[in-house]
Every structure is written in C-alpha cells, then in structure tokens.
Design a protein around this ligand. Structure first.
Ligand code: SF4
Length: 250
C-alpha cells in the first residue's frame, strides 16, 4: 500500500469513528431535535440571562460569582459592588479585601474576591480594561473556565456558544439530545445536535428548561413540553433515566 493510500484509509477510518461517536451520543432523530427546540423557543420567545448586568465586564464578574451559587444571591450582592467598582480599573484598584466585603453572602466568596481582583488587573494590563470577545483569551483570565467564557461570549457578544452547566447536562442526558459522562463531554458534542437556527439561544432554552421543569430531584414530566420525545420519559414512564435505582445522578 502506498503512503497516499494509507493516509486515505486512516482519514476514512477516523471520519467514520467521529460519525459513529455522534450517533452513539444522540438518541433523537433530526425531526425530534427540531421539535424540541421549536417547543422551547415557543415557550421562551425572549430568553435572557437571569443575572443582572449592564456591560460585558459586569457580566463577566457576575458569572464568576455565580459558580456554585444561585443567580439570585449574586444579584443581591452585585449592585453595591458595581456601584463601587463599575469597570476593570476601579475593580482592580478596589482590591481583594474590599471586594470581599461586598460579596460575603455568596458561596466561595474568598476565592471569588481574589479572582475578581486578579482578572480585573489582567484586563487592564492586557486588554485596555475591556473584556475580549475571544474564547482563548477569556479562559486565560484568573477564575474564568470554559463555561464562564462561553456564557460571556453568548450573552455579551451574541456568539453561538453552548456552556454546559448542571441544568443543561441533566436535560441533554435525560432527553437523549446528547449523552455524556460529564459536562465537558456534553459541551464538546452538543453543538452537533442543535439545529443551527436555534444555536444562539440554545444555552438559555436548555438552562431554563432544566432549572424550572426538568429539575434534578422532581422533574415535572407530566407538564413537560418535551415529554413526547424525551427518551427518559418514554422508557421509564415518569421516572427519568438518571433517577432509576443504580444509575449515576447528574
Ligand atoms: S419529560 Fe421529564 S425527564 Fe424528560 S425533559 Fe421533560 S421533565 Fe425532563
């Protein structure tokens, strides 16, 4: 076999593997996926972040503060914090200790105060105090991981990113839209299964559905818009797949 033939064979094998991987991860047909997003879009015609912010900098800070905390707890603390430090320069100047005094009602406040001080300084040092609309730059900022970067790109800059949090992870696995053992696996693959027309808002549709309907402990399957296509519902009556005895919880 010539080198060219070997390369061609390897290429065919790897693209077949990728295709099989996609098939294994999604249990829904294209029509069912379309239906899911049609219904979610109808239910949430103007989906918005539930965090309060006025600009990309405030959003970035609010998303960092929201890790393992509720949006409501962040919204209670941020008005006073942003009044004292409305931009990256003033937040860096405020410093970790004073930032901490504004956010002590939020979980992990100590680490988060440090992140806000450091990421603000980094924005001043490298980006003229502005939040970059660039994934590779955002994830280099202190306290900013893939999920935070994707939320900021989606909400502040209108990019079609899908950040997978605990709610989206749960809905993706329960419905059969995208199976994965962890958020990273789902985040890597879910964009392949979302119809392009819905990609921009998919993050909010899935998040809101997980937060208010497909809840972790008591999903409202009886009142769910997706029950006719949801694989957990079809296969286990009212008991979602990941809540059956012996299965991993999300
Ligand atoms: S039918 Fe139940 S498990 Fe399926 S998406 Fe709706 S609430 Fe979640």
């Amino acid at each position: 076999m010539t080198g060219h033939q070997q390369k061609k064979k390897q290429k065919t094998k790897s693209s077949t593997g990728a295709a099989q991987d996609k098939i294994r991860r999604c249990l829904l047909s294209q029509a069912e996926r379309e239906l899911i997003f049609q219904r979610l879009a109808a239910a949430h015609p103007h989906p918005q972040s539930e965090l309060n912010f006025k600009n990309p900098f405030e959003l970035l800070c609010a998303v960092v503060l929201s890790a393992q905390a509720t949006d409501a707890s962040v919204n209670k603390a941020t008005p006073a914090l942003f009044a004292a430090a409305p931009d990256a320069g003033s937040m860096a100047a405020l410093g970790e200790e004073k930032i901490a005094s504004y956010i002590k009602t939020i979980g992990l406040w100590h680490a988060k105060a440090s992140y806000l001080a450091k990421l603000s300084q980094s924005l001043v040092d490298h980006y003229g105090g502005e939040v970059p609309a660039d994934y590779s730059k955002l994830i280099k900022l202190p306290g900013v991981g893939s999920k935070t970067a994707k939320v900021v790109l989606n909400v502040a800059f209108g990019q079609s990113t899908v950040a997978v949090d605990t709610h989206i992870f749960r809905v993706a696995n329960r419905t059969g839209l995208c199976l994965g053992k962890n958020a990273r696996e789902v985040e890597e693959h879910i964009v392949y299964y979302i119809p392009p027309a819905y990609l921009k808002e998919a993050h909010h549709y899935l998040l809101l559905h997980g937060r208010y309907v497909c809840k972790a402990l008591k999903p409202d399957c009886a009142g769910c818009l997706l029950s006719s296509v949801c694989r957990s519902h079809q296969e286990a009556g009212l008991q979602p797949l990941n809540m059956r005895k012996g299965s991993a919880s999300s």
